[in-house]
Design a protein around this ligand. Structure first.
Ligand code: IMP
Ligand code: MG
Length: 166
């Protein structure tokens, strides 16, 4: 086990507090990147104590491979209005940052008031991301991780902790 259920719970509460303090006013839209962020988003929004809205984007980049194909696809666009809102993109894990960089590029065209990233895990490769996530759960080891939403070929997402596939 890399990060236990208790460790994750503690860290998510801290992130919720930091996000609560970081957005004093304005509409906040928490935008989860599916499928990997679905558990993280559901815990995170319950730790944020201010009004917010929740929506999801489906982004596919890895398929069943363990390395990024570089072929980032936005499969679904939210019908939610983005203009004038603070957008908090929620990602399970940042590897090369290619997925997030592409999503940010697309969403910027819709006139949001701000775009920030909250990632549960960061492998610190980030070749494609101009800046680190504003809100980060944990530094991740350079191993393939599963659980708490993260999958390998769609398996292991349901585990309440994060573990290394090996
Ligand atoms: P990036 O575009 O290279 O930053 O890759 C990020 C995406 O790849 C994440 O949204 C995950 O879905 C997936 N990914 C990267 N590393 C892992 C891992 O260790 N386990 C599971 N999925 C991963
Ligand atoms: Mg994935």
């Amino acid at each position: 086990m890399v990060f236990s259920e208790a460790e994750i719970g503690q860290r998510v509460r801290e992130l919720g507090d930091r996000i609560t303090d970081a957005y004093p006013e304005g509409d906040l839209l928490v935008l989860g990147l599916l499928k990997g962020s679905f558990i993280f988003v559901s815990d995170l929004v319950r730790a944020i104590r201010r009004p917010l809205q929740v929506d999801f984007l489906v982004v596919s980049s890895y398929g069943n491979e363990m390395v990024s194909s570089g072929n980032v696809k936005l499969v679904y666009d939210p019908e939610t209005q983005l203009a004038g809102k603070h957008i908090l993109l929620v990602e399970d894990i940042v590897d090369s940052g290619r997925t997030l960089a592409r999503v940010i590029e697309i969403l910027k065209g819709r006139g949001p008031r701000s775009i920030e990233v909250c990632a549960l895990l960061d492998k610190h490769d980030r070749t494609f991301l101009p800046q680190p996530p504003r809100f980060l759960g944990f530094d991740a080891p350079n191993e393939f991780l599963v659980g708490y939403g993260l999958d390998h070929a769609e398996n292991f997402r349901h585990l309440p902790y994060v573990a290394s596939l090996q």
